[in-house]
Structure formats: C-alpha cells, structure tokens
Design a protein around this ligand. Structure first.
Ligand SMILES: Nc1ncnc2c1ncn2[C@@H]1O[C@H](COP(=O)(O)OP(=O)(O)O)[C@@H](O)[C@H]1O
Ligand SMILES: [Mg+2]
Length: 335
C-alpha cells in the first residue's frame, strides 16, 4: 500500500513569494487497487508524483509505503526504500543510446546485480510487456507505445509493490493506449501492485481505475470509487467521468430529463413501466450503458410533456433511478 498523509509541498520556502503546490493531500491506495489522480494542467500532479517517490522532498507530511514512513528516512535508507516504488513517466524517458534491454537493465545495474541474473530478469520483464523480440532495438526504433511498455518493464525491474504512472498514456494513439491500460491492469492483478495512475484523460480512468481523486490547486477536492461517482448526479467528477452525455434536443412543449441508474438493480422494462403508470409518451433522446468496475450503469436523456417532469422524477425514484430535470441552459450545453 501507499499512503499520503497531509502531504504538502511549498516551492520557494523562505523567499518573498513561496508557492504552495501541494496542500495537505491525503489518500491511501491498497495492494491491487488502481487510484487515479486527475486534474488540470498545473494542478500539482507531477509534483505529487515526485513527492510520492521521494525524488522531491515534501515540505511536510508523510509518504508511507507498506507501513514505513519513507519521508523520515535518511538518504542511504531512502535509496533502498525507493525501490518499492516503480515509476513510469510521460514518454518513458528512456536513454537513447541504450537498447530496450539495456534500459530495463539500468535499475538492476545500479543495484549491482550479476550479469547473469540481470540478463535473465530483463528477458522476463520484456516478455511480460510483450516486447521479447524488441530487446536489441534502440528507443528511436520503437513506437511511442512500445517505449512506454519498456518504461513499465523498467519500473518493475526491482519488484516494487507500488507503481506510479504520470501521464504515461499522454500522446499515445488509441490502440497504444489500450495496450498500455491492459498491461497496467494485468501487472496490477498478477503482482498485486498498488497503482497511482496520474492522468488528465477521463476516459482512461473509467477503464482502469477503482478509485479516483480530483486534484485542483494542490488539494484533493473530490474523490471516491469510480463506480459510485458515475452514478452520482451531484458529483462534478462523476459528471466528467461519464461518457459525453447524449444530446438533449428537445422539442418545444417538452422537458428534458437526465437519468442515471445502475442497470444491474433496475428492472429492464422500467421505462415502459413509468410511461404506462403516468400515461404519457416518453421519448428517448440518447442513451448509453457502460460498465465500470463490474457495475453497469445507464445514462440517458429522455423528454416528457411539460408538466409531467416532476411525476416522472418521482416514479423513477421509486424504482431506484436518479432523474434530474435539465434546465434550458443545461440542455443547450448538452446539445
Ligand atoms: N521545481 C519547481 N519550482 C517552482 N515551482 C514549481 C516547480 N515544479 C512545479 N512547480 C509549479 O507547481 C505547479 C504544479 O506543477 P505540476 O506539478 O507540474 O502540475 P501538473 O503536473 O498537474 O501539470 C505549477 O504551477 C508549477 O509551475
Ligand atoms: Mg504533469
């Protein structure tokens, strides 16, 4: 597990204008869990990554890995302890004059591993990321996606229990992103890693993360289980995690209603039932069903004759469905 406790980073301490880039950030990620951190550019995500793996000393607060407070260690002990965290950065930052295999070998060489054991471990790692046949190629001979997979192999070289990924899928095409995300969940499952997955790409979060926190101005302003947030109509994070909502192009005389529900627990014919009970026509303007972390949820927009919106919301509620009447502004934004 990795835990941040009141993690704070102030740049320019003692100067005339110190700037607080991380402000008492708290979270805990268990083994086998993928925690996503999302936030706009400048929110402090990369600073968080560098404080978590102690490339940067936090100004205050703690980083605890498997029960040990890394932030309290002296530099010799810290060098050892840092092995428990593997990091993949944006565009892998491989050494250009070393082959894929020699890049993966780097952490093992620092550690003083023997040539034979290094060779064997590197082969194992490249095989795991599906690049056994690319061992002798240089970074410029690899695609962006392949370089990121070499980055994962290198991050796993010292058998860490935590994997930290900072914008590792930025700039990858959709197919390479898919491969990277699949590999990430695979190593999480096989090695039981605690993963901190930093990104600004919402759609990647829905695909891999169990939990998510939104970092803004250095603070974690919202967090939760991805599966809960996507079903929460009040959550701004949930809203941005849901795939682009269906458009709400309502005819005049109609009210648009946004509906979110857990499709596993709601009767399949709920819409017909509500329409029948209320005796009104209901038009579906757009709909999607997605599965997040084993929970499938429906997200749709319907329209009902004006004056019937409140009774629709009430009937939906009785079936465990969250419905919210969209005002004209929201309809325009959605459309
Ligand atoms: N070494 C540094 N010294 C001073 N300010 C820094 C330093 N590193 C980052 N910052 C500032 O911290 C803020 C957050 O940066 P960063 O962590 O890179 O954000 P993100 O990765 O979310 O885009 C920015 O305003 C940036 O200018
Ligand atoms: Mg960054």
């Amino acid at each position: 597990m990795i835990e941040a406790v009141e993690l704070t980073k102030v740049f320019g301490v003692g100067s005339t204008n110190p700037s607080t880039v991380l402000d008492r950030v708290d979270f805990r990620v268990e083994q086998g869990e993928i925690f996503a951190v999302v936030g706009p550019s400048g929110a402090g995500k990369s600073t968080l990554a560098r404080c978590l793996n102690l490339l940067e000393r936090p100004t205050s607060g703690q980083v605890i890995v498997n029960g040990e407070d890394l932030s309290s260690l002296g530099s010799t002990q810290l060098r050892d302890a840092r092995r428990r965290i593997g990091t993949v950065f944006q565009s892998a930052s491989l050494l250009s004059r070393r082959t894929a295999a020699d890049n993966v070998a780097l952490p093992l060489e620092y550690l003083g591993a023997t040539k034979v054991s290094t060779k064997q471990r590197v082969a194992e790692l490249l095989d795991r990321v599906g690049l056994a046949d690319k061992a002798g190629l240089y970074p410029h001979q690899l695609s962006g996606g392949q370089r990121q997979r070499v980055g994962i192999a290198r991050a796993l070289a010292l058998k860490p229990s935590v994997l930290l990924s900072d914008e590792a899928t930025s700039g990858l095409d959709p197919a390479a992103t898919d491969t990277f995300l699949r590999l990430l969940t695979e190593v999480r499952d096989d090695l039981g890693l605690a993963v901190v997955f930093i990104t600004h790409e919402m759609d990647t979060i829905v695909r891999v993360a169990d939990t998510v926190g939104r970092l803004d101005g250095g603070s974690l302003v919202e967090r939760g289980r991805v599966a809960d947030l996507v079903l929460d109509p009040e959550s701004p994070l949930g809203q941005s995690l849901r795939p682009r909502g269906p458009s709400a192009d309502t005819a005049s005389g109609q009210s648009a209603i946004s509906v979110i529900y857990n499709s596993a627990t709601v009767p399949a014919d709920w819409l017909t039932r509500i329409g029948g009970n209320l005796g009104i026509p209901i038009a579906v303007l757009g709909a999607s069903v997605q599965t997040v972390d084993g929970v499938s949820f429906g997200d749709l927009t319907v329209s009902v004759p004006i004056g019937h919106a409140a009774s629709f919301v009430g009937s939906a509620q009785e079936l465990g469905i969250t419905a919210r009447v969209l005002d004209r502004h929201q309809v325009e934004v959605a459309a």
